[in-house]
Design a binder for this molecule. Structure first.
Ligand code: NAP
Ligand code: MG
Length: 501
């Protein structure tokens, strides 16, 4: 394990973007917070201030919701045809292409992730998501429904459903994939014809603000997308509770998800939630370990374990346990940890001081309860928020490190002997976001997939995402599905129309 050092030069447009105090987007205008206050966002590789951002609060949320309401009720947006709506979303994707490097660098500087990963994954996935959703704008359809109505004998009816936009949508997103989470939220909401107030995470607001500039350039009417930067407890809470917001979509911790739900109760706005996870990887005796070992390692170490679907519990059949663990340890040792802007870096710092402390706290807790780190186990370097890729063994089902989401590069590995028992153990979690099975026996894999309580089950792979594939959680991992055509259900209401003929 080594700390890489040589960084790629920061592109000129990125330099100027971060060196000017940013503004927020309300009703098509770039504005300061009503209070005039700003807050800093930090470079997690160094802990230095990266940029200053408006500290949006309740008053700003009010202004943004008002703009979104006017754009929904009275603006040109409602009259724009589905085809034109689709073209605008497609145009946004086209405008993002030439800014790919800028987005990747902003993402790396703000979040800490390797710029190489942001270039290859975050940004292209976000662009692809917009293109996929652009296609849906013209395909949101109702049905005609034959009805019988037994208490009106002889009468005839023409009945059908309409799918209409839900209205003004509040969207609150996390810091682990800042641009991509903005795309997952904005894409389907725009395709459905909603208007939006987006609140990015305080740690990583920059890429959403650049995206906002491109949305203006694409020609989205004023007020259709508003972006308020600020803290969760102030801006986020005000958005979730706002009486004139029709729906709130949230991604983040299960703890805050429950607060969102409570806040939404005031006007019973619709709620969708994409929350935490503690996803199990099951490695069976007959698995192809040449693929399986790097597979389960990257299941946890990709994005520094800061993935809601990270493979953070590793269950390996007893006969191959030592072999798999030593393989995963080798993989962990090979990971080059360093600043995200170094092209040689495989793993950057965690997003913040707070997250570093949180993850280190879990490592201490695990060890104090009897777990053992066979690789890693601590902080790396004395500057920035780096944590070593870590494999814990000797864990037991009741330990905090097994029950709770760590959200860092830490995997807990346990051997198993009985398949039914390990399925029970895999399901023994308040979460149910994802799971993975590694085996050459595909029939067995599909039978196990049916028994796992998870919104996504990967077979011989992990962290495979596509704009067409729905993603979301069972149990306390969330409500609703993002991506795929399921995402449109989050942003539409069904209206039944019934005419007596
Ligand atoms: P978080 O607090 O749940 O943040 C997610 C989003 O919710 C952010 O935009 C946050 O704003 C906002 N928020 C916070 N409190 C709010 C409130 N009372 N009302 C409305 N919005 C609110 O997540 P975090 O603190 O950044 O991370 C803590 C843990 O959450 C992680 O360790 C991890 O376990 C989990 N997490 C899960 C995911 C996921 O993808 N499922 C993503 C991130 C984190 P601010 O950031 O401005 O406070
Ligand atoms: Mg927070």
């Amino acid at each position: 394990m080594s700390v890489a050092t040589a960084e790629v030069p920061i592109a000129e447009p990125v330099k100027s973007f971060v060196s000017t105090t940013r503004k927020m987007l309300i009703n098509g205008k770039w504005v300061e917070a009503a209070s005039g206050k700003t807050f800093p966002t930090f470079n997690p590789a160094t802990g230095d201030v990266l940029a200053n951002i408006p500290d949006g609060q309740k008053e700003d949320i009010d202004r943004a919701v008002k703009a979104a309401r006017a754009a929904f009720d009275k603006g040109p947006w409602r009259k724009i045809t589905p085809s034109e709506r689709g073209r605008l979303i497609w145009k946004l994707a086209d405008l993002m292409e030439p800014h790919l490097e800028e987005f990747a660098q902003l993402e790396s500087l703000d979040n800490g992730k390797p710029v190489t990963v942001a270039r290859a994954a975050d940004v292209p996935l976000a662009i692809d998501l917009f293109r996929y959703m652009a296609g849906w704008a013209t395909k949101i359809e109702g049905n005609t429904i034959p009805i019988s109505v037994p208490y009106t004998p002889g009468a005839q009816y023409h009945a059908y459903t309409l799918r209409e936009p839900v209205g003004v949508v509040g969207q609150i997103i996390p810091w682990n994939f800042p641009l991509l989470m903005a795309a997952w939220k904005l894409g389907p909401a725009l395709a459905a014809g909603c208007t939006i107030v987006l609140k990015p995470a305080e740690q990583t607001p920059l890429s959403a603000l650049l995206l906002g500039e491109l949305m203006c350039e694409a020609g989205l009417p004023d007020g259709v997308v508003n972006i308020i930067t600020g803290y969760g407890e102030t801006a986020g809470a005000a958005l979730a509770a706002h009486p004139d917001v029709d729906k709130v979509a949230f991604t983040g911790s299960t703890e805050v998800g429950k607060l969102i739900l409570n806040a939404a109760a005031s006007n019973l706005k619709k709620v969708s939630l994409e929350l935490g996870g503690k996803s199990p990887s099951l490695v069976l005796q007959d698995a192809d370990l040449n693929a399986g070992i790097p597979g389960v390692a990257s299941a946890i170490f990709f994005n520094h374990g800061q993935c809601c679907c990270a493979g953070s519990r590793l269950y390996v059949e007893k006969g191959i346990f030592d072999n798999v663990i030593s393989g995963v340890v080798e993989q962990a040792k090979k990971i080059k940890v360093g600043p995200g802007m170094d092209p040689a870096t495989d793993m950057g710092p965690l997003v913040s001081d707070e997250q570093q402390q949180r993850v280190l706290g879990y490592l201490e807790s695990g060890v104090s309860e009897g777990a053992k780190a066979v690789v890693g186990g601590g902080r790396l370097g004395d500057k920035g928020y780096f944590v070593e890729p870590t494999v814990l063994v000797n864990t037991t089902p009741t330990m905090k490190v097994i029950q709770e989401e760590i959200f860092g590069p830490v995997v807990c590995a346990e051997p198993f002997t009985d398949l039914d028992e390990v399925i029970t153990q895999a399901n023994n979690s308040i979460y149910g976001l994802a799971a993975a099975i590694w085996t050459k026996d595909l029939s067995k894999a599909h039978r196990i997939a049916a028994q796992l309580q998870a919104g996504t089950v990967w077979i011989n792979c992990h962290n495979i995402f596509d704009a067409a594939l729905p993603f979301g959680g069972y149990k306390q991992s969330g409500w609703g599905r993002e991506m795929g055509h399921d995402a449109l259900e989050l942003y539409t209401e069904v209206k039944a129309v019934c005419a007596r003929l």
